[in-house]
Ligand binder design. Structure first.
Ligand SMILES: [Fe+2]
Length: 305
């Protein structure tokens, strides 16, 4: 997230990943790392329900006129894992079980795999190794990954067979070869390039961005469904889900959690993520597996002859 973190660089700026470039943040994270007792506080919070319970949220999208699918496409999306002392790895096991029950055709991952140190990606290794879907698993990178060292995080994703879409697009296998996943670098701490992400994209486009701010970088480019995390739904929210904290950014504060129908474009789905940033606590913002089913209304299975 970063509910408490303002954007640090404009789009297009060169990415900065060295901890030495942010000495105050680095010192704060080292202090928190020590105070959280190498994950023992998160372990206690998990056992007491303080990290919430993984739940599945479902959405459906009917494609616009002229766009066709051979059958409905079931997409899974999970984001903001924050492996490290703020998140007990039991949450990753719970998420894996939810995925095994849902069996999406395609799995998208929204970034922020670690907190405090890229080496904590090891705690997520078991989940990543099993995060497979028939049409593939694709990922973007988040601001916490960049702050803590994107290279080892990206390497771990690739070693798990996950496609890293940093300013890249990928077409799905047949019979969905006209469907592309277009991913950008983190909108504020990376160097997003939407032209590269959408180059050679198919007729149906799924836009993957760590933060909702990615939608303001599109410059009129259209998509059929967009997926973002970053906001954690506030991570700590009032009953009913009103976040007590909202991240900065032109879209992250406004599009904090749920479905937003963007004028002139497709729907944006913002997940409240899985893990915790800062402190091992979620309140009224449960860890989430988002399931979105994309369908072609002209091929409705509800027609009975
Ligand atoms: Fe996050």
């Amino acid at each position: 997230m970063s509910a408490n973190t303002p954007p640090s660089a404009p789009p297009g700026a060169p990415p900065t990943s060295a901890k030495s470039a942010r000495p105050i943040r680095h010192a704060t994270e080292r202090t928190l790392d020590a105070l959280l007792l190498k994950g023992r506080v998160a372990s206690l919070s998990y056992r007491l329900g303080g990290l919430g319970r993984v739940r599945v949220t479902r959405y459906s999208v009917a494609l616009g006129a002229g766009k066709a699918l051979p059958r409905p496409l079931k997409i899974g999306f999970a984001s903001d894992f924050h492996a490290g002392p703020t998140t007990h790895p039991g949450l990753f096991d719970d998420l894996r079980l939810a995925l095994e029950a849902e069996r999406p055709d395609l799995l998208l991952l929204g970034g922020d795999y670690v907190s405090f140190d890229a080496a904590y990606i090891a705690a997520l290794g078991g989940f990543l190794g099993g995060a497979h879907a028939p049409l593939g698993t694709y990922a973007v990178i988040g601001n916490h990954d960049i702050w803590n060292g994107r290279a080892p995080v990206e390497a771990a994703l690739r070693e798990a067979g996950i496609g890293v879409l940093v300013n890249r697009g990928a077409r799905l296998a047949a019979p969905f070869a006209h469907v592309s996943v277009c991913g950008i670098d983190d909108p504020w701490t990376g160097a997003p390039d939407v032209d590269a992400a959408f180059a050679d994209a198919g007729d149906i486009k799924l836009f993957l961005t760590h933060s909702p701010d990615g939608v303001v970088l599109l410059g009129g480019r259209g998509y059929d469904a967009a997926f973002a995390g970053h906001t954690h739904g506030g991570q700590i929210a009032a009953p009913g889900g009103r976040p007590l904290f909202r991240p900065s950014g032109p879209a992250s504060g406004k599009y904090n959690y749920g479905r937003y129908d963007i004028p002139g474009n497709g729907p944006l789905f913002v997940s409240c993520g899985v893990g915790c940033a800062g402190i091992p606590l979620r309140l009224n913002a449960d860890p989430e597996l988002l399931i979105c089913t994309l369908s072609d209304p002209s091929a409705s299975p509800d027609i009975v002859f």
